[in-house]
Ligand binder design. Sequence first.
Ligand SMILES: Cc1ncc(COP(=O)(O)O)c(C=O)c1O
Length: 413
Amino acid sequence: MKRLSCRIAEMLASQRRGHLSFHTPGHKRAGADITELSYSDNLLSPSGVLAAAEREIAEILGAARSFLLTDGSTCGVHAILYALKRAGVRRIALSAFSHRSVTEGCGILGLETETIPPVREEGIPLQPTERELAEALERADALLLTSPDYYGNFPPLHFARKLCDAAGKPLVIDGAHGAHLHFSSDYAGRFADLWVDGVHKSLPALTQGAVVSARGPWAERLREGVTAFRTTSPSYPIMASVEYAVKYPRNPAVERAAETLKRELGAVRNADWSKVLILFGEKCAQAQTELERHGIFPEFNDGNYLMFYLSPCTRLRDLRKLRRLVNKLPRGRLTDRTRERAAGDGERVFLPLGEAEGKICAQECGMFPPCLPVFCTGERLTREGIVRLLKAENTYGLDGGRVLVFSKERDDS
Ligand SMILES: Cc1ncc(COP(=O)(O)O)c(C=O)c1O
Protein backbone atom coordinates (compact mmCIF):
# COMPACT_ATOMS: atom_id res chain seq x y z
CA MET A 1 0.00 0.00 0.00
CA LYS A 2 1.20 3.51 -0.86
CA ARG A 3 2.39 5.33 2.25
CA LEU A 4 -0.32 7.70 3.41
CA SER A 5 0.64 11.24 4.18
CA CYS A 6 -0.91 11.86 7.56
CA ARG A 7 -0.10 15.24 9.01
CA ILE A 8 -1.07 14.63 12.61
CA ALA A 9 0.77 11.31 12.87
CA GLU A 10 3.88 12.84 11.25
CA MET A 11 3.82 15.77 13.67
CA LEU A 12 3.52 13.39 16.62
CA ALA A 13 6.35 11.19 15.38
CA SER A 14 8.70 14.11 14.80
CA GLN A 15 8.50 15.44 18.36
CA ARG A 16 9.27 12.42 20.51
CA ARG A 17 12.93 12.92 21.42
CA GLY A 18 13.89 15.06 24.39
CA HIS A 19 10.31 15.85 25.31
CA LEU A 20 9.88 16.35 29.06
CA SER A 21 6.25 16.60 29.99
CA PHE A 22 5.29 19.46 32.26
CA HIS A 23 1.80 19.43 30.87
CA THR A 24 -1.26 17.21 30.90
CA PRO A 25 -1.98 14.26 30.65
CA GLY A 26 -0.85 13.05 34.03
CA HIS A 27 0.92 9.90 32.85
CA LYS A 28 3.90 12.13 31.88
CA ARG A 29 5.01 9.75 29.15
CA ALA A 30 6.36 11.24 26.00
CA GLY A 31 4.59 9.80 22.99
CA ALA A 32 1.52 10.37 20.92
CA ASP A 33 -0.83 11.13 23.79
CA ILE A 34 0.01 14.78 24.26
CA THR A 35 -2.14 17.81 24.84
CA GLU A 36 -2.38 21.00 22.81
CA LEU A 37 1.18 22.41 22.86
CA SER A 38 3.03 25.10 20.96
CA TYR A 39 3.78 22.72 18.10
CA SER A 40 0.64 20.56 18.09
CA ASP A 41 -2.00 23.15 17.17
CA ASN A 42 -5.32 23.63 18.96
CA LEU A 43 -8.55 22.00 17.93
CA LEU A 44 -10.73 24.88 19.13
CA SER A 45 -9.00 27.35 16.84
CA PRO A 46 -6.86 25.29 14.51
CA SER A 47 -4.28 27.04 12.37
CA GLY A 48 -1.52 24.46 11.97
CA VAL A 49 -1.42 20.72 11.58
CA LEU A 50 -5.04 20.18 12.70
CA ALA A 51 -6.34 22.86 10.33
CA ALA A 52 -4.46 21.22 7.47
CA ALA A 53 -5.79 17.76 8.39
CA GLU A 54 -9.36 19.05 8.61
CA ARG A 55 -8.98 20.82 5.25
CA GLU A 56 -7.73 17.65 3.57
CA ILE A 57 -10.48 15.55 5.15
CA ALA A 58 -13.11 18.04 3.93
CA GLU A 59 -11.68 17.79 0.43
CA ILE A 60 -11.89 13.98 0.48
CA LEU A 61 -15.43 14.03 1.86
CA GLY A 62 -16.67 16.77 -0.47
CA ALA A 63 -17.50 19.16 2.37
CA ALA A 64 -17.15 22.89 2.76
CA ARG A 65 -15.81 22.12 6.24
CA SER A 66 -15.15 18.97 8.20
CA PHE A 67 -14.41 18.81 11.91
CA LEU A 68 -12.39 16.14 13.69
CA LEU A 69 -14.23 14.56 16.60
CA THR A 70 -12.81 12.47 19.40
CA ASP A 71 -16.13 11.92 21.13
CA GLY A 72 -17.90 9.68 18.63
CA SER A 73 -20.67 10.36 16.16
CA THR A 74 -22.81 11.29 19.15
CA CYS A 75 -20.93 14.59 19.45
CA GLY A 76 -21.38 15.21 15.72
CA VAL A 77 -25.10 14.53 15.90
CA HIS A 78 -25.48 16.95 18.81
CA ALA A 79 -23.41 19.61 17.02
CA ILE A 80 -25.64 19.29 13.95
CA LEU A 81 -28.82 19.54 16.02
CA TYR A 82 -27.43 22.64 17.69
CA ALA A 83 -26.65 24.16 14.27
CA LEU A 84 -30.21 23.44 13.13
CA LYS A 85 -31.67 24.97 16.25
CA ARG A 86 -29.59 28.13 15.87
CA ALA A 87 -30.80 28.39 12.30
CA GLY A 88 -34.41 28.43 13.49
CA VAL A 89 -35.39 24.78 13.04
CA ARG A 90 -37.99 23.79 15.59
CA ARG A 91 -39.24 20.40 14.44
CA ILE A 92 -37.26 17.58 12.80
CA ALA A 93 -38.71 14.72 10.76
CA LEU A 94 -36.99 11.45 11.60
CA SER A 95 -37.47 7.71 11.75
CA ALA A 96 -38.54 5.96 14.95
CA PHE A 97 -35.38 3.90 14.41
CA SER A 98 -33.07 6.90 14.79
CA HIS A 99 -30.19 6.38 17.19
CA ARG A 100 -30.63 7.57 20.75
CA SER A 101 -27.97 10.26 20.21
CA VAL A 102 -30.53 11.84 17.87
CA THR A 103 -33.58 11.52 20.06
CA GLU A 104 -31.77 12.49 23.25
CA GLY A 105 -30.03 15.37 21.45
CA CYS A 106 -33.43 16.67 20.38
CA GLY A 107 -34.61 16.38 23.97
CA ILE A 108 -31.60 18.26 25.35
CA LEU A 109 -31.98 21.05 22.81
CA GLY A 110 -35.76 21.31 23.04
CA LEU A 111 -36.26 20.31 19.41
CA GLU A 112 -39.58 18.70 18.55
CA THR A 113 -39.69 15.54 16.48
CA GLU A 114 -42.02 14.39 13.76
CA THR A 115 -41.50 10.66 14.10
CA ILE A 116 -42.06 8.31 11.19
CA PRO A 117 -43.64 5.19 12.76
CA PRO A 118 -41.55 2.02 13.04
CA VAL A 119 -42.05 -0.69 10.43
CA ARG A 120 -40.06 -3.92 10.45
CA GLU A 121 -39.79 -6.69 7.90
CA GLU A 122 -38.49 -10.08 8.93
CA GLY A 123 -37.44 -8.48 12.21
CA ILE A 124 -35.31 -5.83 10.47
CA PRO A 125 -36.07 -2.14 10.94
CA LEU A 126 -37.11 -0.64 7.61
CA GLN A 127 -36.04 2.71 6.26
CA PRO A 128 -38.86 5.22 5.71
CA THR A 129 -40.59 5.20 2.32
CA GLU A 130 -40.68 8.22 -0.01
CA ARG A 131 -44.28 8.86 0.95
CA GLU A 132 -43.54 8.74 4.66
CA LEU A 133 -40.66 11.18 4.20
CA ALA A 134 -42.81 13.60 2.21
CA GLU A 135 -45.65 13.52 4.74
CA ALA A 136 -43.33 13.91 7.72
CA LEU A 137 -41.39 16.79 6.18
CA GLU A 138 -44.59 18.72 5.58
CA ARG A 139 -44.91 18.97 9.36
CA ALA A 140 -41.23 19.66 10.07
CA ASP A 141 -38.46 22.15 9.29
CA ALA A 142 -35.69 19.62 8.59
CA LEU A 143 -35.23 15.98 7.68
CA LEU A 144 -32.83 13.64 9.44
CA LEU A 145 -31.99 10.24 7.96
CA THR A 146 -29.72 7.40 9.03
CA SER A 147 -27.69 6.19 6.07
CA PRO A 148 -26.78 3.43 5.93
CA ASP A 149 -28.36 1.93 9.02
CA TYR A 150 -26.89 -0.77 11.24
CA TYR A 151 -28.50 -3.45 9.07
CA GLY A 152 -26.91 -2.06 5.89
CA ASN A 153 -29.97 -0.42 4.33
CA PHE A 154 -30.29 3.02 2.78
CA PRO A 155 -33.17 5.48 2.80
CA PRO A 156 -34.31 6.93 -0.57
CA LEU A 157 -31.45 9.45 -0.75
CA HIS A 158 -32.10 11.00 -4.17
CA PHE A 159 -35.75 11.49 -3.32
CA ALA A 160 -34.90 13.01 0.07
CA ARG A 161 -32.51 15.51 -1.52
CA LYS A 162 -35.10 16.60 -4.08
CA LEU A 163 -37.77 16.83 -1.40
CA CYS A 164 -35.63 19.04 0.81
CA ASP A 165 -34.60 21.23 -2.14
CA ALA A 166 -38.21 21.72 -3.14
CA ALA A 167 -39.21 22.57 0.43
CA GLY A 168 -36.12 24.71 1.12
CA LYS A 169 -35.41 22.63 4.23
CA PRO A 170 -32.09 21.10 5.32
CA LEU A 171 -31.26 17.43 4.97
CA VAL A 172 -29.15 15.86 7.71
CA ILE A 173 -27.62 12.40 7.56
CA ASP A 174 -26.42 10.35 10.48
CA GLY A 175 -23.70 8.36 8.75
CA ALA A 176 -22.40 6.65 11.88
CA HIS A 177 -22.18 3.44 9.82
CA GLY A 178 -21.19 4.89 6.46
CA ALA A 179 -17.73 6.46 6.66
CA HIS A 180 -16.31 3.74 4.36
CA LEU A 181 -18.66 4.87 1.57
CA HIS A 182 -17.04 8.20 0.76
CA PHE A 183 -15.78 6.66 -2.47
CA SER A 184 -19.24 5.67 -3.58
CA SER A 185 -22.36 7.24 -5.06
CA ASP A 186 -24.54 6.58 -2.02
CA TYR A 187 -22.24 8.40 0.39
CA ALA A 188 -24.09 10.69 2.83
CA GLY A 189 -21.96 13.68 1.83
CA ARG A 190 -23.31 13.59 -1.72
CA PHE A 191 -26.81 14.34 -0.44
CA ALA A 192 -26.78 16.00 2.96
CA ASP A 193 -26.31 19.61 4.04
CA LEU A 194 -24.86 18.38 7.31
CA TRP A 195 -23.66 14.88 8.07
CA VAL A 196 -21.61 12.81 10.44
CA ASP A 197 -19.19 10.00 9.59
CA GLY A 198 -18.62 7.38 12.28
CA VAL A 199 -15.05 6.87 11.12
CA HIS A 200 -14.19 4.50 13.97
CA LYS A 201 -16.91 2.03 13.03
CA SER A 202 -16.13 1.14 9.43
CA LEU A 203 -12.68 2.61 8.80
CA PRO A 204 -9.41 1.98 10.66
CA ALA A 205 -9.68 4.69 13.32
CA LEU A 206 -9.54 4.36 17.08
CA THR A 207 -12.85 4.02 18.91
CA GLN A 208 -14.65 7.39 19.22
CA GLY A 209 -12.93 8.86 16.15
CA ALA A 210 -15.47 10.60 13.92
CA VAL A 211 -15.93 13.54 11.57
CA VAL A 212 -18.82 15.95 11.19
CA SER A 213 -19.16 17.94 7.97
CA ALA A 214 -21.29 20.55 6.26
CA ARG A 215 -21.63 22.13 2.90
CA GLY A 216 -22.35 25.72 1.92
CA PRO A 217 -23.61 28.19 4.50
CA TRP A 218 -24.17 25.41 7.04
CA ALA A 219 -20.42 25.23 7.68
CA GLU A 220 -20.36 28.26 9.96
CA ARG A 221 -23.43 27.13 11.92
CA LEU A 222 -21.86 23.73 12.34
CA ARG A 223 -18.64 25.29 13.64
CA GLU A 224 -20.70 26.86 16.43
CA GLY A 225 -22.29 23.52 17.21
CA VAL A 226 -18.99 21.70 17.26
CA THR A 227 -17.51 24.32 19.57
CA ALA A 228 -20.46 23.90 21.93
CA PHE A 229 -20.32 20.09 22.16
CA ARG A 230 -16.79 18.95 21.45
CA THR A 231 -14.37 18.16 24.27
CA THR A 232 -11.72 20.75 25.07
CA SER A 233 -9.18 17.94 25.62
CA PRO A 234 -9.09 16.09 22.32
CA SER A 235 -7.06 12.92 22.04
CA TYR A 236 -4.21 13.21 19.53
CA PRO A 237 -4.01 9.44 18.94
CA ILE A 238 -7.70 9.48 18.04
CA MET A 239 -7.35 12.53 15.79
CA ALA A 240 -4.31 11.05 14.05
CA SER A 241 -6.20 7.82 13.50
CA VAL A 242 -9.20 9.64 12.02
CA GLU A 243 -7.01 11.44 9.50
CA TYR A 244 -5.33 8.13 8.63
CA ALA A 245 -8.67 6.32 8.30
CA VAL A 246 -10.28 8.91 6.05
CA LYS A 247 -7.20 8.77 3.79
CA TYR A 248 -7.15 4.97 3.84
CA PRO A 249 -7.65 3.57 0.33
CA ARG A 250 -10.63 1.63 -0.86
CA ASN A 251 -10.20 -2.15 -0.78
CA PRO A 252 -12.12 -3.57 -3.76
CA ALA A 253 -10.89 -7.11 -3.04
CA VAL A 254 -12.61 -7.14 0.36
CA GLU A 255 -15.75 -5.52 -1.05
CA ARG A 256 -15.99 -8.24 -3.73
CA ALA A 257 -15.21 -11.01 -1.25
CA ALA A 258 -17.89 -9.67 1.09
CA GLU A 259 -20.54 -9.80 -1.61
CA THR A 260 -19.50 -13.35 -2.55
CA LEU A 261 -19.56 -14.39 1.09
CA LYS A 262 -23.06 -13.00 1.52
CA ARG A 263 -24.31 -15.04 -1.42
CA GLU A 264 -22.56 -18.21 -0.25
CA LEU A 265 -23.92 -17.91 3.28
CA GLY A 266 -27.43 -16.89 2.26
CA ALA A 267 -27.03 -13.63 4.17
CA VAL A 268 -29.80 -11.06 4.21
CA ARG A 269 -29.77 -8.93 1.07
CA ASN A 270 -28.70 -5.40 1.88
CA ALA A 271 -26.95 -2.61 0.05
CA ASP A 272 -23.85 -2.11 2.17
CA TRP A 273 -21.03 -4.59 1.55
CA SER A 274 -19.61 -4.08 5.04
CA LYS A 275 -22.57 -5.50 6.95
CA VAL A 276 -23.09 -9.25 6.76
CA LEU A 277 -26.34 -10.25 8.40
CA ILE A 278 -27.23 -13.88 8.94
CA LEU A 279 -30.48 -15.24 10.27
CA PHE A 280 -30.02 -17.75 13.08
CA GLY A 281 -33.39 -17.15 14.76
CA GLU A 282 -33.76 -19.03 18.02
CA LYS A 283 -30.28 -20.53 17.45
CA CYS A 284 -28.56 -17.12 17.58
CA ALA A 285 -27.02 -17.54 21.04
CA GLN A 286 -25.83 -21.07 20.24
CA ALA A 287 -24.25 -19.87 16.99
CA GLN A 288 -22.58 -16.94 18.72
CA THR A 289 -21.11 -19.18 21.44
CA GLU A 290 -19.79 -21.63 18.87
CA LEU A 291 -18.23 -18.88 16.74
CA GLU A 292 -16.66 -17.21 19.74
CA ARG A 293 -15.19 -20.56 20.79
CA HIS A 294 -13.29 -20.36 17.50
CA GLY A 295 -12.29 -16.73 18.05
CA ILE A 296 -14.92 -15.14 15.82
CA PHE A 297 -16.79 -12.26 17.47
CA PRO A 298 -19.78 -10.74 15.66
CA GLU A 299 -20.81 -7.10 16.04
CA PHE A 300 -24.20 -7.97 17.48
CA ASN A 301 -26.72 -10.65 18.21
CA ASP A 302 -30.22 -9.18 18.12
CA GLY A 303 -31.92 -12.45 18.97
CA ASN A 304 -32.73 -13.13 15.31
CA TYR A 305 -29.60 -12.20 13.41
CA LEU A 306 -25.86 -12.22 13.93
CA MET A 307 -24.18 -9.30 12.24
CA PHE A 308 -20.58 -9.36 11.06
CA TYR A 309 -19.12 -5.89 10.53
CA LEU A 310 -16.37 -5.64 7.91
CA SER A 311 -14.03 -2.84 6.92
CA PRO A 312 -11.34 -2.27 4.29
CA CYS A 313 -8.96 -3.85 6.82
CA THR A 314 -10.84 -7.14 7.06
CA ARG A 315 -8.51 -9.94 5.95
CA LEU A 316 -9.61 -12.27 3.19
CA ARG A 317 -8.43 -15.28 5.18
CA ASP A 318 -10.66 -14.23 8.07
CA LEU A 319 -13.63 -14.12 5.70
CA ARG A 320 -12.75 -17.65 4.60
CA LYS A 321 -12.67 -18.83 8.21
CA LEU A 322 -16.00 -17.14 8.88
CA ARG A 323 -17.55 -18.89 5.87
CA ARG A 324 -16.18 -22.29 6.93
CA LEU A 325 -17.56 -22.03 10.43
CA VAL A 326 -20.90 -20.40 9.65
CA ASN A 327 -21.57 -23.08 7.06
CA LYS A 328 -21.37 -25.73 9.79
CA LEU A 329 -23.80 -24.01 12.15
CA PRO A 330 -27.48 -24.89 12.38
CA ARG A 331 -29.81 -22.06 11.40
CA GLY A 332 -33.07 -21.31 13.17
CA ARG A 333 -36.23 -19.46 12.24
CA LEU A 334 -37.21 -15.87 12.83
CA THR A 335 -38.48 -15.70 16.40
CA ASP A 336 -40.19 -12.36 16.50
CA ARG A 337 -42.14 -11.16 13.52
CA THR A 338 -45.15 -9.01 14.31
CA ARG A 339 -45.89 -5.80 16.14
CA GLU A 340 -49.20 -4.19 16.90
CA ARG A 341 -49.57 -0.54 17.77
CA ALA A 342 -52.11 0.57 20.35
CA ALA A 343 -52.87 3.68 22.37
CA GLY A 344 -51.74 3.46 25.98
CA ASP A 345 -53.55 5.29 28.74
CA GLY A 346 -53.38 5.79 32.49
CA GLU A 347 -50.17 5.70 34.49
CA ARG A 348 -46.75 4.62 33.26
CA VAL A 349 -45.66 1.76 35.50
CA PHE A 350 -42.70 -0.61 35.64
CA LEU A 351 -43.47 -4.32 35.29
CA PRO A 352 -41.07 -7.27 35.30
CA LEU A 353 -40.55 -8.23 31.66
CA GLY A 354 -41.89 -11.71 32.30
CA GLU A 355 -45.27 -10.26 33.37
CA ALA A 356 -45.62 -7.61 30.66
CA GLU A 357 -46.91 -9.61 27.69
CA GLY A 358 -49.85 -7.86 26.04
CA LYS A 359 -49.15 -4.48 27.72
CA ILE A 360 -48.43 -1.31 25.74
CA CYS A 361 -44.81 -0.19 25.87
CA ALA A 362 -44.42 3.28 27.44
CA GLN A 363 -40.68 3.69 26.84
CA GLU A 364 -38.61 2.34 23.97
CA CYS A 365 -36.37 -0.55 24.93
CA GLY A 366 -34.03 -2.83 23.05
CA MET A 367 -30.65 -4.44 22.84
CA PHE A 368 -27.31 -2.77 22.82
CA PRO A 369 -25.82 -3.02 20.24
CA PRO A 370 -27.54 -2.38 17.83
CA CYS A 371 -29.26 0.11 20.14
CA LEU A 372 -32.46 -0.14 18.16
CA PRO A 373 -35.83 -0.75 19.76
CA VAL A 374 -37.26 -4.23 20.16
CA PHE A 375 -40.37 -2.39 21.38
CA CYS A 376 -41.13 1.23 20.57
CA THR A 377 -43.40 3.36 22.70
CA GLY A 378 -46.96 2.49 21.72
CA GLU A 379 -46.20 -1.09 20.64
CA ARG A 380 -47.79 -4.10 22.32
CA LEU A 381 -45.29 -6.36 24.07
CA THR A 382 -45.18 -9.81 22.51
CA ARG A 383 -43.93 -12.97 24.17
CA GLU A 384 -41.33 -13.47 21.43
CA GLY A 385 -39.94 -9.96 21.83
CA ILE A 386 -39.84 -10.35 25.62
CA VAL A 387 -37.89 -13.61 25.25
CA ARG A 388 -35.36 -11.84 22.99
CA LEU A 389 -34.88 -9.13 25.61
CA LEU A 390 -34.60 -11.65 28.44
CA LYS A 391 -31.88 -13.52 26.56
CA ALA A 392 -29.96 -10.37 25.53
CA GLU A 393 -26.61 -9.70 27.15
CA ASN A 394 -27.01 -5.91 27.08
CA THR A 395 -30.21 -3.92 26.95
CA TYR A 396 -31.28 -0.30 27.16
CA GLY A 397 -34.56 1.29 28.19
CA LEU A 398 -35.18 -1.32 30.91
CA ASP A 399 -34.71 -0.93 34.62
CA GLY A 400 -33.29 -4.04 36.26
CA GLY A 401 -35.30 -6.35 34.03
CA ARG A 402 -38.43 -4.21 34.29
CA VAL A 403 -40.14 -2.50 31.41
CA LEU A 404 -42.18 0.71 31.48
CA VAL A 405 -45.75 0.11 30.28
CA PHE A 406 -49.06 1.94 30.31
CA SER A 407 -51.37 0.76 33.07
CA LYS A 408 -54.35 0.86 30.69
CA GLU A 409 -55.26 0.81 27.05
CA ARG A 410 -57.31 3.66 25.66
CA ASP A 411 -60.82 2.60 24.85
CA ASP A 412 -61.71 4.35 21.59
CA SER A 413 -64.99 2.48 21.09
C1 LIG B 1 -27.02 5.16 13.78
C2 LIG B 1 -26.08 5.61 14.86
N1 LIG B 1 -25.89 6.92 15.05
C3 LIG B 1 -25.04 7.39 15.99
C4 LIG B 1 -24.35 6.52 16.80
C5 LIG B 1 -23.44 7.08 17.85
O1 LIG B 1 -22.11 6.81 17.50
P1 LIG B 1 -20.91 6.86 18.54
O2 LIG B 1 -21.02 5.60 19.34
O3 LIG B 1 -19.70 6.93 17.69
O4 LIG B 1 -21.08 8.07 19.38
C6 LIG B 1 -24.51 5.14 16.64
C7 LIG B 1 -23.79 4.18 17.49
O5 LIG B 1 -23.87 2.99 17.34
C8 LIG B 1 -25.41 4.67 15.65
O6 LIG B 1 -25.64 3.35 15.47
